[in-house]
Design a binder for this molecule. Structure first.
Ligand code: PLP
Length: 396
């Protein structure tokens, strides 16, 4: 350690900060590729498609037209209006444009909610296995993260009874995610209805509903937005965005729909942190929402085909068992019968087979015994990846 480093003292809050392992695996994958290794990428949660051309063109034109300055912190009014229209169409919820906050990606809505609502002595409920940044944001805010267990036997759906049984006087925030990362689980309407009814008895709990995969459902599954529960609207925050639906992960475009009581606080957090989202991205975001939607459906159908392929292939691997996910673009096979702990298996498949995936434990302790494969890759690469995994795990 250098002299300077040894004099620096990190704030206590840093010790609770987790990470998103996907970004770390990216570095490992790139290092192997620099050595000349061939790696099949099944680790990252980003569509492999290009952003549809009409959206790229709108962004390009925006830069040429001089969209180079700050925008209002909440986002361009015309974009917030487009979001309100979109919510009515896709989430069946009437939203006032003044309650929309445009943010750089999906994550800031989560961070603003945690910072605003959670502090020491309070609790926040989050899904486990679940998107790892939930737990991290709760800890950073100083609150105690309380896991909601998701089970394979229930298709990794939320159980209303389990959620409600964990609420107490200290609970400030409940995080929901359907369709879900990393499991692809979709919580059925009946269960959400029951949960919403039960939450009416707990008016001190705010709900953050992460619906970033809302446009990626399969087998006729209809997305149910938590915003559609009118009795909870005064405490429901919607997290959604452009990343997954429009293949726009690098544009950093997301939106939150906030209750009237919280929107000014959310705007203040935005002003204190990022000021606003880049102006040209916002113009492209309007085109994405209001322009042709056929590319969204084409991408969804492609994911659907790959979903069926990867589930079939995974179930052909000795020691693996994979339930069919109903949403997002992840398969979450149970690998307990392989006898290898998830983290070890992740490393082995990367090193020996040249296939990148993520250990279930990257998504919480309850992910032990599982791996996450992203099927945001071509059918050809998925087949090759599965062939390599099968060969690597073949008994000697
Ligand atoms: N929520 C979930 C469940 C996700 O899986 C992700 C990204 O993987 C996000 C939020 C964050 O999205 P973004 O990349 O737009 O910040």
């Amino acid at each position: 350690m250098s002299g300077l480093e040894s004099r620096l003292k990190l704030a206590g809050r840093m010790s609770g900060l987790g990470t998103e392992t996907a970004f770390e695996v990216v570095n490992r994958v790139q290092a192997l590729e620099r050595e000349g290794r061939s790696i099949v990428h099944l680790h990252i949660g980003a569509p492999d498609f290009r952003t549809p051309e009409h959206i790229v063109e709108a962004g390009r034109k925006a830069l040429a037209d001089g969209w180079h300055r700050y925008t209002p912190a909440k986002g361009l009014p015309q974009l917030r209006e487009a979001v309100a229209e979109y919510c009515l169409k896709t989430h069946r919820a009437k939203v006032h444009p003044d309650h929309v906050l445009i943010v750089p990606g999906g994550k800031p809505t989560l961070f603003y909610a945690a910072l605003m609502l959670c502090d020491a002595g309070s609790e926040a409920l989050y899904p486990n296995p679940g998107f790892p940044i939930y737990e991290s944001a709760i800890r950073l805010a100083g609150a105690t993260p309380v896991p909601i267990e998701l089970h394979e036997e229930k298709g990794f759906a939320f159980s209303a009874d389990e959620v409600l049984s964990k609420i107490n006087a200290r609970t400030r925030l409940l995080i929901l995610n359907s369709p879900a990362n990393p499991t692809g689980g979709v919580t059925p309407r009946k269960e959400l209805d029951k949960l919403a009814a039960g939450l009416e008895r707990h008016p001190h709990v705010a709900i953050l509903s992460d619906e970033i995969y809302s446009r990626l459902t399969y087998d006729g599954e209809q997305h149910v937005s938590f915003l559609s529960y009118e009795s909870l609207r005064d405490r429901t925050i919607l997290l959604d965005g452009w990343s997954k639906t429009y293949a726009m992960t690098g544009w950093r475009m997301g939106f939150g729909v906030w209750p009237e009581q919280l929107i000014a606080q959310a705007e203040r957090l935005q002003i204190n942190s990022v000021s606003c989202v880049n102006a040209a991205s916002q113009i492209a975001g309007i085109e994405a929402l209001r322009g042709p939607q056929d590319a969204v459906e084409r991408m969804r159908q492609a994911f659907d085909e790959r979903r069926k392929l990867i589930v079939k292939e995974l179930n052909d691997i000795p020691g693996f068992r994979c339930t069919t996910p109903k949403g997002a673009f992840y398969a979450f096979p149970n690998v307990q019968a392989s006898g290898i702990p998830a983290r070890e298996l992740e490393a082995k498949l990367l090193q020996r087979a040249g296939v990148s995936c993520l250990a279930g434990t990257s998504f919480g302790a309850l992910g032990e015994g599982y791996l996450r494969f992203s099927y945001a890759n071509s059918a050809e690469n998925i087949r090759e990846g599965m062939r390599r995994v099968r060969e690597c795990l073949q008994p000697a």
